[in-house]
Write a protein that binds this ligand. Structure first.
Ligand SMILES: Nc1ncnc2c1ncn2[C@@H]1O[C@H](COP(=O)(O)OP(=O)(O)O)[C@@H](O)[C@H]1O
Ligand SMILES: [Mg+2]
Length: 320
């Protein structure tokens, strides 16, 4: 890819602006001394099995794919900080606006009456439907809450698409990169200080959980050993962050969620995202992956990402 998309910068010397309160683990806002821009820093995670995960490369590879799809998203970079691998996500907020995560929007919308905010460790429960998980984090409620909101200012598609129409593109992107983490703190709106201006959908951010970032290389190799195994793994990409019954495995797939969203959007949105998908050219990303161009991504992790992208692309084109 052009523009040094895969370069890893050492940001140990960057000054700390603040800690991000909405983060699930530690995330720190840093200031780029050259430009004054704010970037959100996160270390990769090393779980109990001791195998460092790929939250850093999954962020930058998925950013490259979002750009190819025309999905507005945060700029990201690979980094090192105090000797640790990590990633940076450039602040998507625009001047004169404040970022509010989806849960604030859903909670405050007077026309959304069955949304129960989810907090890690304290799941939202609807007393009338206690068996339902993530109650109210549903497409119809999101569409209602986004009514009147416009597309992100960086959206380069048709001007007729509104915020929900563009959100559909986020779901298409999630299904392509197998990002199961689109909970209501992983999408947001930018609310202007001046009430005469419209609310905007925020560009997409936090794609760290994509492309099989947390698998071991052994697991990747087993899954790649035959097509059925990969298809099975991909079909486990469920939309468990959205309202569903039963366990996470029984939630609808990310592909089905996108297909459902497409039916709710405008005709222009349907036409636009279908065209974006059909004309998607992954060759350059797949080539970089297969040539081992992404730092810290093993050969088998790169191969897994290539095969997964190719497979999910087929699933998505079949769905539209
Ligand atoms: N690029 C960005 N611009 C503005 N706000 C962001 C950006 N990335 C993340 N955030 C905010 O920081 C919070 C935590 O960041 P996120 O990347 O989602 O970390 P975590 O992996 O802990 O969920 C998000 O919920 C969002 O409110
Ligand atoms: Mg997040």
């Amino acid at each position: 890819m052009a523009n040094g998309a895969w370069v890893r910068h050492d940001v140990s010397a960057w000054s700390v602006h603040s800690l991000e309160k909405a983060a699930t683990s530690v995330a720190t806002w840093l200031i780029d001394p050259a430009t004054g821009d704010r970037w959100l820093h996160k270390d990769t995670v090393v779980p109990d099995n001791g195998v460092e995960q790929g939250e850093d490369w999954s962020e930058v590879v998925s950013t490259a794919i979002a750009k190819l799809l025309g999905v507005p998203c945060a700029e990201t970079q690979l980094c090192l900080r105090n000797g640790r691998r990590g990633s940076l996500s450039k602040d998507v907020n625009v001047h004169g606006h404040s970022l509010y995560n989806g849960y604030v929007l859903l909670e405050e919308c007077p026309h959304v009456t069955d949304y129960f905010p989810h907090v890690e460790g304290a799941p939202g429960i609807d007393p009338d439907r206690p068996s339902v998980k993530r109650p109210g984090h549903r497409l119809d409620n999101i569409q209602t809450a986004l009514r009147g909101a416009i597309a992100p200012s960086t959206f380069a598609g048709p001007a007729s698409l509104d915020a929900f129409d563009v959100f559909i593109g986020y779901l298409m992107f999630d299904a392509l990169v197998a990002n199961r983490d689109r909970h209501e703190q992983n999408w947001a709106v930018l609310t202007p200080g001046l009430t005469t201006l419209p609310v905007q959908l925020a560009p997409s951010y936090d794609h760290a959980t994509s492309l099989g970032y947390n698998l071991t290389d052994d697991r990747r190799a087993i899954t790649l050993s035959n097509k059925r195994a990969l298809a099975k793994w991909a079909s486990g990409g469920t939309a468990w962050r959205f309202e569903h019954e039963g366990n996470a495995k029984r939630a609808q797939t990310l592909v089905d969620l996108f297909a459902e969203a497409l039916t709710l959007g405008s005709n222009d949105a349907r036409a636009h995202w279908s065209t974006q998908l059909r004309s998607l050219d992954l060759d350059e990303v797949l080539r970089d992956l297969s040539q081992g161009a992404i730092p810290a991504m093993s050969v088998v992790a790169s191969r897994f990402a290539c095969e997964l992208l190719t497979h999910n692309f087929e699933r998505l084109t079949d769905a539209i």
